[in-house]
Every structure is written in structure tokens, then in C-alpha cells.
Ligand binder design. Sequence first.
Ligand SMILES: Cc1cc2nc3c(=O)[nH]c(=O)nc-3n(C[C@H](O)[C@H](O)[C@H](O)COP(=O)(O)OP(=O)(O)OC[C@H]3O[C@@H](n4cnc5c(N)ncnc54)[C@H](O)[C@@H]3O)c2cc1C
Length: 422
Amino acid sequence: MMMYDIIIVGAGISGTSFAKKISKYAKTLIIEKEQSIHINTNIFPAHNNPYIDDIILKNQNIFPKDHIKTNYLGKEINGIIDSEEFGKPLGKIVHTEVLIDTLIKKFQDNGGTINFDERVKLINRSENKIEVLTSKNTYYCKLLVLSTGSNDFELQKSIGFNLPDTFSGIFTNIYANDDIITNNFDFEYIFHLNPQISTNGPFYFNIGKGRISLGFLGNSNESKEELKIKLEKILQNYNPIKPYLEKLKWNKSSYITCKVSKHPINTFSQDRIVVLGEAAGLVTSFFYEGILPGLLSADLAVNTIKPILNNDHNFSEVNLNKYDLQINKILLKNYYKNGLACEYLFYNSNHKIMNTIWDTYTKLINENKRLRKEICEAYWLDDIATYDLDRDKWAGEQLFKQLPTISKISLGPKFLKALLKF
Ligand SMILES: Cc1cc2nc3c(=O)[nH]c(=O)nc-3n(C[C@H](O)[C@H](O)[C@H](O)COP(=O)(O)OP(=O)(O)OC[C@H]3O[C@@H](n4cnc5c(N)ncnc54)[C@H](O)[C@@H]3O)c2cc1C
């Protein structure tokens, strides 16, 4: 019988960071349905650093660039955050598949096993163990960790977990000589809102070394084909991004449609099962920031599970509930509320309102040094639990003051309701 202490389903950032840490204390298996880890270039704010080893953080193959500037791209005025104004980078740019591969190597050094190209199809729970049936084998474990992202909701539904809200997105990786990239981009990250692209998420560029990831997130009702046609049209014809695409070549066949989820589910653990990262809806509602919650939820799960491994291996719901409490206390109580308020304010309105609020915001960033500093400080936070929501209330007031007079009257109630999200 193939028996493990812990089986982890899914080798994304949450599953592999959990695996690397817990494999020192438990016989652990990761099961991943894909043959290898997909290429992606992401932003990695400095507030993620506490959850990653220093040696990994200094590895330039994983983190090839500092994240120095963000361009909150407006239609007329760009809101530029240049962290050099305040003395230190916002974080790093991560070549995410290299990070995940490194975490997997460390996991294997600790004695862990990973099986690629094997899909978990069914989970059966009995009183003292869990049976995991895959496309190739049957395994058993004392504790199951689901870190399946937005990829397999049937699995988590079948064992009684709720599902987060899920949206569609599309992105592509563009490869280019670094001279061209440096020439085109004076920023490492571009975040742009346009309701004609998505009413529920950004169009973005993440600028890596020798490569760029770009795309948009947050659509709910467009088919894969429609998303591909729309991305092609944007890359061909959308004036605000034209200068950035000069001399770059993209390939329609490399467009990747994806799902992205947000809004946390109500419970993150049950008897013998824990859910990490995006599968639990742990992605911020405005920026779609998922690496922090992935790393943090993995860390909090280790804090809960390690003492149980050292004690009696009793992974009851009562014993695992500390994980839920910690997620609520550290992630959801403060930091997440910023995302909820911004989501309410910036997304899902009629197109005119969305444009007015976004254009006012990009202008305000340029004009208001304190706002630029507050944004930098949110990137730098050492301890996410101490995130101060007063900074958002203040920013909301500044934004409201800056609105055209006519919009102030119509949007007053919306701003007041956004305050209630805190
Ligand atoms: C286009 C895009 C850009 C983004 N950019 C950023 C960014 O710059 N910074 C940031 O912080 N966040 C970003 N996010 C969000 C962030 O990337 C994700 O929230 C985060 O990576 C989720 O990690 P995860 O480990 O929870 O899930 P995932 O990375 O989705 O991993 C889940 C894994 O489980 C596997 N799996 C699923 N079902 C099964 C099964 N039944 N059997 C076996 N294996 C299975 C999948 O193949 C997958 O490898 C972005 C998201 C998208 C879509």
C-alpha cells in the first residue's frame, strides 16, 4: 500500500512552498496533473519576502530583476510609482516556474516525492485515512492538502468544500532581446483598467528578463475563442499600449486562456483535509495578487500541521481549525479588505464611471506624493497582519476630492459604500 503522511494535490506556488517546508517532518508526496510547470513572469512584492528563504531570494535565475517602477497606465495621464523616490525597490520580478522548480528540488532533497502527469480523480475519506485515486495509482495518506488553484473545482466540491468566484483571463509570454525590452519599458509592471477590456480586472504587463508576460483578467462570460480574438485586437490596435509593443513579436498560438478565482471560501479545513491558495479563493480582489496568499497560507498550514505531526497525528477538524483562524486573523481581517473596497470602487460599474474613477486615480498618483509613498509602503510591509486600513480610507478621500464636481454628486454613495467594506 502506498501510504504517505501527507499528499499534496497541485504543484503551484502554494503546494510546493508548503511541500518544501513540511517535508522535513513528514513523508510527503506531491501529485501534479501537468508534465511540467508552466512558464510565467510575475510581480513579487517585498511583502512576500518573509515566506521565502534568503538564499532563494538572492538567486538571480529566479528573481532576475528588482521591481522599481509601476505604471498605473491611464488613457491620458500615467500614474507612475518610482520607488527610487523613497529609497528601495517595491519587490522583485519572479520567473515563477524557476521558483517552483527550486522549491520542488529542495522538497526532493528533504526526501519528498513528486509525480507529474498524474491527475487526482477521486478522494475517499475514512475515519483514519484518506484514499487518493489518480489516473495511474491509488495512494493513502493521513492528511490531504488541496492546492489545485482554479483548475479542479470538481475535486474540492466532491468532498464538501465551497468554491470561490471564478473569472476568465488570457495571457501570453513574449520573448525578446533585453535591449528591446529596456528600450520599450521604463517599468517592470503596468496595470491598466479599461471596461471594454474587462469590467472586473486589469490589463497588465509583467516585465521579466528576456521575456514579458501580458494579458487581462476578470472576464466572466467570454469564451476562450472570444478572449483570444480580443487579445489579438488589443495587441494590434490599442493605442495606449502601442509604444510598449514596438519591435516585439507575439505569436497568436501562444495565447493561454486561464481561470482566476477570488473571494475566500468559508472554511479552509475539514477532518484530514486542508485547502491552500487560490483553490480557497485566497487571491486579492483588485490586483489578483495570488502569490502572497499562496505562500502565506502554506506557511500558516505548516504552523498548524507541524505540532500535530510531532504529537499524535490527529488531523481532526478541531485540530486543523487553527489554520482557518490564522488565515482570518493575518490575511482577511486587514489586507484583504483593501482589495474588497477597491474592487467595489473600481470594477463592475458602467463604463463611464469606471473610466472616470480610473482616470482620476492615475492623475492623483502623479500629483500626490503621500499617495505614492503609501502605495510603496503597502508593497514593503514586513508583517501583513499589521496592514493599516486607514491608509486606504485616506486614499479614498483624496480620490473623491479629485473627482469632477458632477461625478462627486453621483458617486458619493458609491464611495460611502466602499468605506463600509473596511
Ligand atoms: C495571468 C495571471 C497573472 C497573474 N499575475 C500575478 C502576479 O504577478 N503576482 C501575483 O502575486 N499573483 C498573480 N496572479 C495570481 C497567482 O498567479 C495565483 O493566484 C497563484 O499562482 C495560485 O497559486 P496556487 O498554487 O494556489 O494554484 P496554481 O498555481 O493554479 O496551481 C495549482 C496546480 O494544481 C494542479 N492541479 C489541479 N487539479 C489537479 C488534479 N486534480 N490533480 C493533480 N494536479 C492538479 C494544476 O495543474 C496546477 O499546477 C496571476 C494570475 C493569473 C491568472
